[in-house]
Unconditional design. Structure first.
Length: 303
């Protein structure tokens, strides 16, 4: 048994860190969200089971963002025909996260901690969208067939990357956490059977993780507890924070897609146009002068 080498502080609060099994072809990521998760929940009045599921989506988005090798955003969006029609979370290359849940329209819908993903979202799909600042947008879609978000994401990796991949996601309304493991192409271990045995052993050990361990231990403690029979290198963590990308300018240019005539009808009827950001509850109000400037090509004066 050996300690885990760590290149920097491994505090778990609002951070994500990658790690490698030094004698095995396996990599991983570990994440814990605290204040950033709380800020997202502050903008979403949700019952506890939906708070927990949204936390899992946020942790998953952060874990998947580690695969980005360019500037951009990764978005997880689940849509279905169930009581909750939409859950979405995203993480950008600055490690800014945000997320929303479109709550049930009927207050009669009852949720418990045991309600499955299908019980919440119904029959639908999970879309994983990678949107680089430069280059083409990519989207992968998998059906919501597994009972958990982790299971749906594992199906996505099976279909898209064909590399064995496992995820563990948990949240309790205070903290959200996740563990990501992926088998790498053979480099260190040439023997195929030995390679498969190592992967199965690591997954079996990871399956023993308890909610309190995943959520409340710091990263080095967590990995040592699970994998102390392996030599692991834990790298410097990256800090995460709540980050909403909305702005007056973005909102105004989004309005332009409606066309001038439709916007003019709204202005005539209401005297102004308002846009509310569902992620941060910011309110933007636009007057006639803003719309005139938008379509004249002048830069509107914003406040």
């Amino acid at each position: 048994m050996s300690e885990i080498p760590v290149t920097a502080e491994s505090s778990a609060n609002d951070s994500i860190a990658r790690f490698l099994f030094e004698q095995s072809d396996i990599r991983g990521e570990v994440v814990t969200l605290t204040d950033s998760y709380a800020e997202v929940l502050a903008n979403n009045a949700l019952p506890a089971p939906l708070q927990n599921l949204l936390g899992e989506f946020l942790a998953a988005a952060a874990l998947l963002s580690s695969t980005l090798k360019f500037d951009g955003v990764i978005t997880l969006q689940a849509q279905g025909d169930g009581p909750v029609p939409l859950i979405m979370a995203e993480c950008n290359h600055h490690k800014g996260i945000r997320g929303i849940v479109r709550p049930p329209e009927s207050g009669e819908f009852q949720l418990t901690d045991d309600t499955s993903l299908q019980g919440i979202l119904g029959k639908g799909v999970l879309a994983i969208t990678i949107d680089p600042d430069k280059g083409e947008r990519y989207q992968g879609i998998v059906p919501l067939e597994a009972p958990t978000l982790a299971g749906c994401l594992e199906a996505y990796f099976t279909q898209s990357e064909q590399l064995p991949t496992r995820l563990w996601l948990m949240a309790d309304g205070q903290r959200a956490g996740g563990l990501f493991l992926q088998a790498l192409p053979k480099q260190l271990v040439a023997d195929e059977e030995q390679n498969a045995d190592q992967w199965q052993t690591v997954v079996t050990l990871a399956n023993t993780v308890k909610p309190d361990e995943l959520l409340y231990l710091d990263h080095s403690q967590k990995l040592y507890l699970l994998f102390n029979e392996f030599s692991i290198r834990l790298f410097e963590p990256a800090q995460l924070q709540f980050d909403c990308t909305c702005s007056e300018t973005r909102s105004l240019h989004a309005l332009a897609q409606l066309g001038r005539s439709e916007l003019q009808e709204i202005l005539t009827d209401q005297g102004h146009i308002t846009i509310d950001c569902q992620f941060c509850n910011q309110h933007y109000r636009f007057e006639q002068a803003h719309i005139d400037a938008l379509f004249s090509g002048d830069e509107p004066t914003l406040h």
